[in-house]
Design a binder for this molecule. Structure first.
Ligand code: COI
Length: 358
């Protein structure tokens, strides 16, 4: 892949932080020494691209981001491996999706190639932070915030685009072991025409209440249903969801309210490459429950950048507890996990050209 090199000011830190122990890493608590910043001003476009020491920001309290949440973000990962090569998984897809999210939130488009070039320079500078223990990676969080000082409800006329890096372990404390999920019946995440397909803070803030209730009941996450009929499966909020029923993989079709996950898309491509029967369609909880009762609900797994492949061992729907595959990871989920993480870390050949090597 050829890459445009971004004219970028680099200011390196004088005080490097201690690196965390790779073996005990949590998700998203530790950040590297540097960050990427670019500013946008109406009439001028994006300017002042720079890499600077990681530090708190100074923003006007009236900045639109604090009041009306005009912001978008992305999540992707860089992996270290035994051959010493640093690998990124489909980063151009994240830049493309960030622009789609920005469009929904009336925010300016970034130049995807230049943003990627800035990201690669940042990773090169902080590459010693990429952890190497099994299941760890460098999580990359690009995001754009609205910075205009204004309390009227209108698109901001100034923005800040930033990229921060965090060495991470598993998103769920269960790691690759199955998690328990509660099907949400009281709250909804999104409806078609809303912002469900955009990666924007409001979708995650509005999910917290249901998440908190589920957490108190011993569930890692909630499974959202459609916001109109409260009948059809949508997504888990931090991941998309797949069911293996009677030898076939089924995942909810994207419908205007589900986030179009890059891992979701990759798993669909992988399954089709394996000629495994896979369908994207509406799937109701009634159908899942009958498949369970008939002994046909074989596996459930979630997919996401942070979550990778996360098997679901129990689904609680209105008190009916469906225990899947004896609370053990299913054979197909394991094969997908091994293949995907193998491609991401260079242990498995990448027939799709998904990986960028640094
Ligand atoms: C990701 O998987 O990268 C996400 O952005 C989900 C987030 C809730 C951690």
């Amino acid at each position: 892949m050829t890459m445009t090199t971004l004219p970028i000011q680099v200011q390196l830190t004088e005080t490097k932080k201690p690196k965390p122990d790779s073996e005990t890493l949590e998700f998203g608590r530790v950040f590297t020494d540097h960050m990427f910043i670019a500013d946008y001003t109406e009439g001028q476009g994006w300017h002042d691209h720079r890499i600077v020491p990681y530090a708190p920001l100074s923003l006007d309290p009236a900045s639109i981001i604090f009041h009306y949440g005009q912001t978008v973000f992305e999540g992707l990962k860089a992996y270290s491996s035994e051959d010493g090569v640093i690998r990124l998984f489909r980063p151009e897809e994240n830049m493309k999706r960030m622009n789609l999210s920005s469009d929904r939130l009336c925010m300016p488009q970034i130049d995807e190639e230049l943003a990627l070039s800035g990201l690669l320079q940042l990773i090169e500078i902080d590459k010693d932070w990429i952890p190497n223990a099994e299941g760890t990676s460098l999580y990359i969080r690009p995001f754009i915030i609205s910075t205009e000082k204004f309390l009227g409800v209108a698109p901001s006329r100034s923005y800040r685009f930033m990229i921060i890096l965090s060495p991470v372990g598993s998103y769920y404390k269960e790691g690759i072991h199955p998690i328990k999920i509660k099907v949400e019946s009281d709250y909804v995440r999104a409806v078609s025409g809303g912002t469900g397909t955009a990666k924007t803070a409001g979708n995650y803030a509005s999910a917290l209440k249901a998440q908190q209730v589920a957490d108190a009941q011993g569930y890692s996450q909630v499974l959202w249903l459609d916001g109109v009929e409260r009948k059809y499966v949508e997504e888990v909020g931090s991941m998309n969801i797949f069911f293996k029923i009677n030898g076939e993989i089924i995942t909810p079709a994207v419908n205007g309210s589900i986030l179009e996950g890059i891992t979701r898309k990759s798993i669909l491509e992988l399954l089709r490459h394996w000629e495994f029967p896979v369908t994207e369609r509406k799937v109701s909880m009634d159908e899942i429950s009958s498949a369970y009762e008939n002994g046909q609900l074989e596996e459930i797994f979630g997919t996401g950048t942070a979550a990778v492949i996360s098997p679901v061992g129990e689904l609680n729907w209105k008190g009916e507890k469906m225990v899947v595959n004896n609370m053990e990871i299913g054979a197909l989920s394991k094969k997908i996990y091994d293949t995907l993480t193998g491609i991401q870390t260079g242990k498995v050949k990448d027939p799709f050209d998904w990986v960028i090597e640094l």
